[in-house]
Design a protein around this ligand. Structure first.
Ligand SMILES: NC(=O)c1ccc[n+]([C@@H]2O[C@H](COP(=O)([O-])OP(=O)(O)OC[C@H]3O[C@@H](n4cnc5c(N)ncnc54)[C@H](O)[C@@H]3O)[C@@H](O)[C@H]2O)c1
Length: 277
C-alpha cells in the first residue's frame, strides 16, 4: 500500500520543477493526479516559461508509474479555467483528496519604490490570489467527498522573513501564511487540513538563471552557478547551497498522507535551517 494509495491530488504548476516532482512523488505512493500549468511567458521573469513539452513529460512520467493523470493548460489568475480543470479531473478520476497550490513566479528584483505597479499586481495575482483561487476551486470537491482532505500551500522562506529587493514576492508569500491559517480554521470541522511549506533555495529554473546569479553576486561581472552556490550556502544553516525538488515533495507527501492527520495550520520550513540563522 502506498502512503496516499487511491487518493487524487490536484497540483498547480505541475509541468516542471517542484510541481512535477510533487506529482511523481505522490503518484509513486499511489495517488492519481490532476495537473495544470500556464505554459506561457511572463515578461518580467528572468527565466524561460514551462512548455507544452514539459507538461507532456510530466504526464509520461506519471503514467510510467501506472497512475492516471488529467493534465491541462490553465492560469491560476483565471478562476473559471481552474474550476473547469478541477471539475473535469474529479469527473474523470472520481474524487479529490489532496491539493498542492504550487504555481508561482519569481518576478524581477527591484527596490520596493522602483517596482512597476503592473509587476507588483501580477506577482500578487499569481503568488497569492492564485493560491486562493486554487483552494476556492478545490474546496467544494473536498467537502463533497466527506472524507476530509489535505491542502498544501507553497510559500517560501520569503514567507517567514524578508529579503531585500523582492518585496512583491515576500508580500505574496507572507500572505499565503495568513490564507493557510484562516483556511485551516474554516475547514477543520470538515477534517480538511491546511498547511504551508517554506523551501529555502530549490535547484529549479526559478533560481538557476542568470538574473538570480546577478542578484546574489552583484560583485561579479558574469556570475556562474558555482558563484551563486557560494552566496546561497550562506543563507542555510546546513552547509549546502540548495535543496532538491524531491525534498519539498517528501514534505508535501507527508502533509498529504494520513501520517500527518492531526497537523493543520502549520508553516513547515524545508530550508536546511535558513529560518534559524
Ligand atoms: N526554486 C526556489 O528556490 C523556490 C524557493 C521557495 C519557494 N519556491 C516556490 O516554489 C514553487 C514552485 O517553483 P519552482 O521552483 O518549481 O519553479 P518553476 O518555475 O520551475 O515552476 C513554477 C511552475 O509554476 C508555473 N506557473 C507560473 N505562473 C503560473 C500561472 N499564472 N498559472 C499556472 N501556472 C503557473 C510555471 O509555468 C512553472 O511550471 C513556486 O511557488 C515558488 O515561488 C521556489
Amino acid at each position: 500500500m502506498g502512503r496516499v494509495e487511491g487518493k487524487v491530488a490536484f497540483i498547480t504548476g505541475a509541468a516542471r520543477g517542484q510541481g512535477r516532482s510533487h506529482a511523481l512523488r505522490l503518484a509513486q505512493e499511489g495517488a492519481d493526479i490532476i495537473a495544470i500549468d500556464y505554459l506561457e511567458d511572463l515578461p518580467e521573469n528572468p527565466y524561460p516559461p514551462a512548455t507544452e513539452e514539459d507538461l507532456v513529460e510530466t504526464v509520461r512520467q506519471v503514467e510510467a508509474l501506472d497512475r492516471r493523470i488529467i493534465a491541462s493548460k490553465a492560469d491560476v489568475r483565471d478562476f473559471d479555467a481552474l474550476k473547469a480543470a478541477v471539475d473535469d479531473g474529479v469527473a474523470q478520476l472520481g474524487r479529490l483528496d489532496i491539493v498542492s497550490a504550487n504555481a508561482g513566479i519569481a518576478g524581477r528584483p527591484n527596490l520596493s519604490e522602483d517596482v512597476p505597479e503592473d509587476e507588483w499586481m501580477r506577482m500578487i495575482d499569481i503568488n497569492l490570489n492564485g493560491v486562493w483561487r486554487t483552494a476556492k476551486a478545490a474546496i467544494p470537491h473536498l467537502k463533497a467527498g466527506g472524507r476530509g482532505g489535505s491542502i498544501i500551500l507553497t510559500s517560501s522562506d520569503a514567507g517567514l522573513f524578508p529579503y531585500a529587493n523582492i518585496s512583491h514576492y515576500v508580500s505574496a508569500k507572507h500572505g499565503v501564511v495568513g490564507l493557510m491559517r484562516t483556511l485551516a480554521l474554516e475547514l477543520a470541522p470538515d477534517f480538511i487540513r491546511v498547511n504551508s511549506v517554506h523551501p529555502t533555495t530549490v535547484d529549479t529554473l526559478m533560481v538557476q538563471n542568470d538574473g538570480i546569479y546577478r542578484l546574489f553576486r552583484p560583485d561579479l561581472e558574469n556570475p556562474t552557478k558555482d558563484d551563486f552556490a557560494q552566496a546561497a550556502v550562506a543563507m542555510n544553516a546546513l552547509p549546502i547551497p540548495w535543496v532538491e525538488a524531491v525534498d519539498i515533495s517528501n514534505a508535501v507527501l507527508f502533509l498529504a498522507s494520513d501520517e500527518s492527520r492531526y497537523i493543520t495550520g502549520v508553516p513547515l520550513p524545508v530550508d536546511a535551517g535558513a529560518a534559524i540563522k
